[in-house]
Design a protein around this ligand. Sequence first.
Ligand SMILES: Nc1nc2c(ncn2[C@@H]2O[C@H](COP(=O)(O)OP(=O)(O)OP(=O)(O)O)[C@@H](O)[C@H]2O)c(=O)[nH]1
Ligand SMILES: [Mg+2]
Length: 318
Amino acid sequence: MNNSPEGQTRCGFIAILGAPNAGKSTLVNRMVGAKISIVTHKVQTTRARIRAITVFQQSQLIFVDTPGIFTPRRRLDRAMVDAAWGGAADADAIVLMVDAPLFVEALTERPSARARVSREDTLKIIAGLEKSRRKAILALNKIDALPREALLGLVETLKDENRFSETFLISAEKGDGVEDLKTHLAGLTPAGPWLYAEDQLADLPLRMLASEITREKLMVRVHQELPYVTTVETDSWTEKKDGSVRIEQVIYVERDSQKSILLGKGGRTIKDIGKHARIEMQKSFDRRVHLFLFVKVRGKWLDDPQRYVEMGLDFPSS
Ligand SMILES: Nc1nc2c(ncn2[C@@H]2O[C@H](COP(=O)(O)OP(=O)(O)OP(=O)(O)O)[C@@H](O)[C@H]2O)c(=O)[nH]1
Ligand SMILES: [Mg+2]
Protein backbone atom coordinates (compact mmCIF):
# COMPACT_ATOMS: atom_id res chain seq x y z
CA MET A 1 0.00 0.00 0.00
CA ASN A 2 1.31 3.43 -0.82
CA ASN A 3 -0.17 6.21 1.27
CA SER A 4 2.04 8.94 -0.06
CA PRO A 5 0.77 12.06 -1.76
CA GLU A 6 2.15 13.15 -5.12
CA GLY A 7 5.73 14.37 -5.22
CA GLN A 8 8.86 13.47 -3.40
CA THR A 9 8.12 11.94 -0.03
CA ARG A 10 10.37 10.78 2.75
CA CYS A 11 9.89 8.30 5.52
CA GLY A 12 12.06 7.14 8.37
CA PHE A 13 12.29 5.49 11.76
CA ILE A 14 13.68 7.50 14.64
CA ALA A 15 14.58 5.64 17.81
CA ILE A 16 14.54 7.54 21.08
CA LEU A 17 17.05 6.11 23.55
CA GLY A 18 17.96 7.21 27.03
CA ALA A 19 18.20 6.32 30.69
CA PRO A 20 14.91 5.65 32.48
CA ASN A 21 12.87 8.80 33.16
CA ALA A 22 14.82 10.99 30.71
CA GLY A 23 11.55 12.11 29.11
CA LYS A 24 11.49 9.89 26.02
CA SER A 25 7.77 9.18 26.07
CA THR A 26 6.97 12.82 26.79
CA LEU A 27 8.96 13.80 23.69
CA VAL A 28 7.35 11.19 21.48
CA ASN A 29 3.86 12.29 22.55
CA ARG A 30 4.71 15.92 21.88
CA MET A 31 6.18 15.11 18.47
CA VAL A 32 2.90 13.57 17.33
CA GLY A 33 0.63 15.87 19.35
CA ALA A 34 -1.24 13.07 21.10
CA LYS A 35 -0.76 10.85 24.07
CA ILE A 36 0.44 7.56 22.65
CA SER A 37 2.98 6.47 25.22
CA ILE A 38 2.36 6.55 28.94
CA VAL A 39 4.33 8.91 31.17
CA THR A 40 4.92 8.82 34.91
CA HIS A 41 7.37 10.40 37.32
CA LYS A 42 8.73 6.90 38.00
CA VAL A 43 11.63 5.20 36.23
CA GLN A 44 10.91 2.20 33.97
CA THR A 45 7.50 3.29 32.81
CA THR A 46 7.72 2.24 29.16
CA ARG A 47 8.10 -1.51 28.76
CA ALA A 48 7.98 -2.21 25.05
CA ARG A 49 8.75 -0.44 21.80
CA ILE A 50 5.94 1.89 20.93
CA ARG A 51 5.59 3.51 17.54
CA ALA A 52 4.12 6.97 17.23
CA ILE A 53 3.74 8.49 13.81
CA THR A 54 3.49 11.97 12.40
CA VAL A 55 3.81 13.71 9.07
CA PHE A 56 5.98 16.79 8.94
CA GLN A 57 6.41 18.63 5.67
CA GLN A 58 6.80 15.77 3.19
CA SER A 59 8.31 13.37 5.74
CA GLN A 60 6.59 10.66 7.66
CA LEU A 61 8.41 10.37 10.96
CA ILE A 62 7.97 7.09 12.79
CA PHE A 63 9.15 7.56 16.34
CA VAL A 64 10.12 4.47 18.24
CA ASP A 65 9.73 5.09 21.95
CA THR A 66 11.82 2.59 23.86
CA PRO A 67 12.13 1.46 27.46
CA GLY A 68 14.91 3.23 29.34
CA ILE A 69 18.27 1.47 29.19
CA PHE A 70 19.66 0.53 32.56
CA THR A 71 21.51 -2.36 34.19
CA PRO A 72 19.12 -5.27 33.98
CA ARG A 73 18.60 -7.55 36.94
CA ARG A 74 15.40 -9.46 36.38
CA ARG A 75 14.23 -11.19 33.25
CA LEU A 76 11.73 -8.44 32.53
CA ASP A 77 14.51 -5.85 32.79
CA ARG A 78 16.54 -7.75 30.24
CA ALA A 79 13.59 -7.96 27.87
CA MET A 80 13.04 -4.21 28.17
CA VAL A 81 16.68 -3.32 27.57
CA ASP A 82 16.84 -5.71 24.60
CA ALA A 83 13.74 -4.07 23.17
CA ALA A 84 15.36 -0.65 23.48
CA TRP A 85 18.54 -1.66 21.66
CA GLY A 86 16.47 -3.53 19.10
CA GLY A 87 14.59 -0.30 18.39
CA ALA A 88 17.87 1.47 17.73
CA ALA A 89 19.28 -1.21 15.45
CA ASP A 90 16.70 -0.72 12.70
CA ALA A 91 16.35 3.04 12.98
CA ASP A 92 17.36 5.64 10.40
CA ALA A 93 18.28 8.02 13.20
CA ILE A 94 18.83 7.74 16.93
CA VAL A 95 18.10 10.44 19.47
CA LEU A 96 19.82 10.03 22.80
CA MET A 97 17.85 11.82 25.47
CA VAL A 98 19.47 12.96 28.66
CA ASP A 99 17.85 14.30 31.81
CA ALA A 100 20.03 17.42 31.88
CA PRO A 101 19.33 18.55 35.46
CA LEU A 102 20.13 15.08 36.79
CA PHE A 103 23.30 14.86 34.72
CA VAL A 104 24.45 18.22 36.01
CA GLU A 105 23.72 17.08 39.54
CA ALA A 106 25.77 13.93 38.95
CA LEU A 107 28.78 16.12 38.23
CA THR A 108 28.58 17.91 41.58
CA GLU A 109 30.42 16.77 44.69
CA ARG A 110 27.56 15.02 46.38
CA PRO A 111 25.08 13.79 43.85
CA SER A 112 22.04 11.77 44.82
CA ALA A 113 22.05 8.06 44.03
CA ARG A 114 19.39 8.74 41.41
CA ALA A 115 21.59 11.27 39.60
CA ARG A 116 24.60 8.96 39.72
CA VAL A 117 22.68 6.01 38.34
CA SER A 118 21.11 8.07 35.58
CA ARG A 119 24.51 9.36 34.46
CA GLU A 120 26.01 5.87 34.54
CA ASP A 121 23.13 4.58 32.45
CA THR A 122 23.64 7.39 29.95
CA LEU A 123 27.38 6.71 29.70
CA LYS A 124 26.62 3.05 29.15
CA ILE A 125 24.35 3.92 26.24
CA ILE A 126 27.04 6.15 24.76
CA ALA A 127 29.49 3.24 25.05
CA GLY A 128 26.94 0.96 23.38
CA LEU A 129 26.53 3.41 20.50
CA GLU A 130 30.27 3.54 20.14
CA LYS A 131 30.48 -0.22 19.97
CA SER A 132 27.85 -0.41 17.27
CA ARG A 133 29.46 2.57 15.51
CA ARG A 134 26.22 4.51 15.47
CA LYS A 135 26.08 8.26 15.75
CA ALA A 136 23.23 9.80 17.66
CA ILE A 137 21.61 13.17 18.01
CA LEU A 138 21.96 14.39 21.56
CA ALA A 139 18.85 15.91 23.13
CA LEU A 140 19.48 17.50 26.51
CA ASN A 141 16.03 17.50 28.04
CA LYS A 142 14.27 19.33 30.91
CA ILE A 143 16.09 22.58 30.22
CA ASP A 144 13.12 24.35 31.80
CA ALA A 145 14.46 23.06 35.12
CA LEU A 146 18.05 24.19 34.72
CA PRO A 147 19.82 27.58 34.70
CA ARG A 148 21.43 28.47 31.41
CA GLU A 149 25.02 28.53 32.74
CA ALA A 150 24.73 24.98 34.02
CA LEU A 151 23.42 23.92 30.65
CA LEU A 152 26.30 25.41 28.71
CA GLY A 153 28.73 23.64 31.03
CA LEU A 154 26.99 20.38 30.31
CA VAL A 155 27.12 20.89 26.56
CA GLU A 156 30.88 21.45 26.93
CA THR A 157 31.25 18.25 28.96
CA LEU A 158 29.37 16.07 26.52
CA LYS A 159 30.84 17.63 23.39
CA ASP A 160 34.00 15.57 23.77
CA GLU A 161 31.98 12.47 23.25
CA ASN A 162 32.48 11.99 19.57
CA ARG A 163 29.26 10.09 19.17
CA PHE A 164 26.93 12.98 18.52
CA SER A 165 26.24 14.48 15.14
CA GLU A 166 24.20 17.32 16.65
CA THR A 167 23.09 18.65 20.03
CA PHE A 168 19.65 20.06 20.85
CA LEU A 169 18.56 21.71 24.07
CA ILE A 170 14.92 20.92 24.63
CA SER A 171 12.05 20.78 27.03
CA ALA A 172 9.87 17.88 25.96
CA GLU A 173 7.28 18.98 28.47
CA LYS A 174 7.12 22.69 27.63
CA GLY A 175 8.02 22.33 23.96
CA ASP A 176 11.18 24.45 23.76
CA GLY A 177 13.48 23.30 20.99
CA VAL A 178 11.20 20.46 19.92
CA GLU A 179 10.25 22.03 16.60
CA ASP A 180 13.91 22.53 15.68
CA LEU A 181 14.64 18.92 16.52
CA LYS A 182 11.68 17.77 14.45
CA THR A 183 12.81 19.80 11.45
CA HIS A 184 16.28 18.33 11.73
CA LEU A 185 14.91 14.79 11.96
CA ALA A 186 12.63 15.30 8.98
CA GLY A 187 15.70 16.29 6.97
CA LEU A 188 17.43 13.05 7.90
CA THR A 189 14.71 10.68 6.75
CA PRO A 190 15.46 8.91 3.47
CA ALA A 191 13.34 9.43 0.37
CA GLY A 192 10.62 6.82 0.08
CA PRO A 193 6.90 6.17 0.31
CA TRP A 194 5.01 6.60 3.56
CA LEU A 195 4.43 3.38 5.45
CA TYR A 196 1.29 4.48 7.28
CA ALA A 197 -1.83 6.41 6.42
CA GLU A 198 -1.40 10.16 6.74
CA ASP A 199 -3.63 10.42 9.82
CA GLN A 200 -2.38 7.35 11.67
CA LEU A 201 -0.86 8.33 15.00
CA ALA A 202 0.27 5.03 16.44
CA ASP A 203 1.09 1.50 15.53
CA LEU A 204 -0.28 -0.11 18.63
CA PRO A 205 -3.48 -2.11 18.93
CA LEU A 206 -6.22 -0.31 20.87
CA ARG A 207 -6.35 -3.17 23.36
CA MET A 208 -2.71 -2.61 24.14
CA LEU A 209 -3.21 1.12 24.43
CA ALA A 210 -6.04 0.42 26.89
CA SER A 211 -3.75 -1.82 28.94
CA GLU A 212 -1.09 0.85 28.98
CA ILE A 213 -3.53 3.49 30.18
CA THR A 214 -4.52 1.33 33.14
CA ARG A 215 -0.88 0.55 33.87
CA GLU A 216 -0.11 4.26 33.99
CA LYS A 217 -2.88 4.94 36.51
CA LEU A 218 -1.77 1.95 38.51
CA MET A 219 1.86 3.03 38.58
CA VAL A 220 0.91 6.45 39.78
CA ARG A 221 -1.45 5.14 42.47
CA VAL A 222 0.30 2.14 44.04
CA HIS A 223 3.84 2.33 42.88
CA GLN A 224 5.26 2.85 46.36
CA GLU A 225 3.76 -0.40 47.52
CA LEU A 226 3.95 -2.47 44.35
CA PRO A 227 7.18 -1.69 42.56
CA TYR A 228 7.11 -3.35 39.16
CA VAL A 229 5.24 -6.50 40.06
CA THR A 230 2.13 -5.86 38.00
CA THR A 231 1.17 -6.21 34.40
CA VAL A 232 -2.14 -5.37 32.72
CA GLU A 233 -3.80 -7.28 29.89
CA THR A 234 -6.97 -6.51 27.99
CA ASP A 235 -8.94 -9.75 27.92
CA SER A 236 -11.96 -8.61 26.02
CA TRP A 237 -13.09 -5.64 23.99
CA THR A 238 -16.73 -5.62 23.00
CA GLU A 239 -18.29 -2.95 20.84
CA LYS A 240 -21.85 -2.16 21.90
CA LYS A 241 -24.73 -1.13 19.67
CA ASP A 242 -24.95 2.26 21.36
CA GLY A 243 -21.36 3.04 20.25
CA SER A 244 -19.80 2.42 23.63
CA VAL A 245 -17.24 -0.26 24.33
CA ARG A 246 -16.96 -2.78 27.16
CA ILE A 247 -13.37 -3.46 28.14
CA GLU A 248 -12.33 -6.20 30.52
CA GLN A 249 -8.81 -6.20 31.84
CA VAL A 250 -6.80 -8.42 34.13
CA ILE A 251 -4.12 -7.04 36.40
CA TYR A 252 -1.60 -9.71 37.33
CA VAL A 253 0.25 -9.58 40.63
CA GLU A 254 2.52 -12.17 42.19
CA ARG A 255 1.10 -12.57 45.70
CA ASP A 256 -2.12 -12.35 47.70
CA SER A 257 -0.69 -9.53 49.79
CA GLN A 258 -0.19 -7.50 46.60
CA LYS A 259 -3.74 -8.19 45.56
CA SER A 260 -5.01 -6.77 48.86
CA ILE A 261 -2.97 -3.61 48.36
CA LEU A 262 -4.31 -3.22 44.85
CA LEU A 263 -7.91 -3.69 45.95
CA GLY A 264 -7.56 -1.35 48.93
CA LYS A 265 -10.07 -0.93 51.71
CA GLY A 266 -13.51 -1.86 50.42
CA GLY A 267 -12.06 -2.00 46.90
CA ARG A 268 -11.41 1.72 46.96
CA THR A 269 -7.95 1.65 45.37
CA ILE A 270 -8.88 -0.42 42.37
CA LYS A 271 -12.05 1.60 41.89
CA ASP A 272 -10.03 4.75 41.83
CA ILE A 273 -7.54 3.35 39.32
CA GLY A 274 -10.45 2.14 37.17
CA LYS A 275 -12.10 5.53 37.24
CA HIS A 276 -9.02 7.42 36.12
CA ALA A 277 -8.27 4.82 33.45
CA ARG A 278 -11.83 4.92 32.13
CA ILE A 279 -11.83 8.71 31.88
CA GLU A 280 -8.63 8.66 29.88
CA MET A 281 -9.80 5.82 27.64
CA GLN A 282 -12.96 7.76 26.83
CA LYS A 283 -10.82 10.67 25.77
CA SER A 284 -8.38 8.53 23.77
CA PHE A 285 -11.00 6.38 22.06
CA ASP A 286 -13.52 9.19 21.77
CA ARG A 287 -16.45 7.14 23.03
CA ARG A 288 -18.05 5.86 26.20
CA VAL A 289 -16.14 3.10 27.95
CA HIS A 290 -17.34 0.52 30.46
CA LEU A 291 -14.23 -0.73 32.17
CA PHE A 292 -14.03 -3.87 34.29
CA LEU A 293 -10.82 -4.63 36.16
CA PHE A 294 -9.98 -8.03 37.65
CA VAL A 295 -6.97 -8.80 39.78
CA LYS A 296 -5.35 -12.19 39.43
CA VAL A 297 -2.59 -13.62 41.55
CA ARG A 298 -0.13 -15.47 39.41
CA GLY A 299 3.12 -16.30 41.19
CA LYS A 300 6.06 -15.91 38.84
CA TRP A 301 4.19 -14.16 36.03
CA LEU A 302 7.56 -12.48 35.53
CA ASP A 303 8.88 -15.84 34.29
CA ASP A 304 5.88 -16.67 32.12
CA PRO A 305 6.64 -16.31 28.37
CA GLN A 306 2.98 -15.60 27.52
CA ARG A 307 3.00 -12.43 29.63
CA TYR A 308 5.93 -11.15 27.55
CA VAL A 309 4.11 -11.87 24.31
CA GLU A 310 1.20 -9.79 25.61
CA MET A 311 3.57 -6.94 26.44
CA GLY A 312 5.12 -7.09 22.97
CA LEU A 313 8.49 -8.22 24.30
CA ASP A 314 10.78 -11.11 23.42
CA PHE A 315 11.23 -13.59 26.24
CA PRO A 316 14.89 -13.71 27.28
CA SER A 317 16.11 -17.25 27.90
CA SER A 318 17.51 -16.39 31.32
N1 LIG B 1 10.64 19.57 34.01
C1 LIG B 1 10.54 18.71 33.00
N2 LIG B 1 10.06 17.46 33.23
C2 LIG B 1 9.95 16.61 32.18
C3 LIG B 1 10.30 17.00 30.87
N3 LIG B 1 10.10 15.96 30.04
C4 LIG B 1 9.63 14.94 30.81
N4 LIG B 1 9.54 15.33 32.10
C5 LIG B 1 9.06 14.54 33.24
O1 LIG B 1 9.96 13.45 33.45
C6 LIG B 1 9.25 12.30 33.91
C7 LIG B 1 9.55 11.10 33.04
O2 LIG B 1 9.00 11.28 31.76
P1 LIG B 1 8.78 10.07 30.75
O3 LIG B 1 8.42 10.68 29.44
O4 LIG B 1 7.89 9.04 31.33
O5 LIG B 1 10.27 9.50 30.68
P2 LIG B 1 10.79 8.20 29.91
O6 LIG B 1 12.18 8.52 29.47
O7 LIG B 1 9.84 7.78 28.87
O8 LIG B 1 10.84 7.12 31.10
P3 LIG B 1 10.88 5.49 31.00
O9 LIG B 1 9.76 5.07 30.13
O10 LIG B 1 10.70 5.08 32.42
O11 LIG B 1 12.23 5.13 30.47
C8 LIG B 1 7.77 12.68 33.93
O12 LIG B 1 7.42 13.07 35.25
C9 LIG B 1 7.72 13.86 32.97
O13 LIG B 1 6.65 14.73 33.26
C10 LIG B 1 10.78 18.36 30.66
O14 LIG B 1 11.08 18.81 29.55
N5 LIG B 1 10.86 19.14 31.77
MG1 LIG C 1 8.81 6.04 28.64
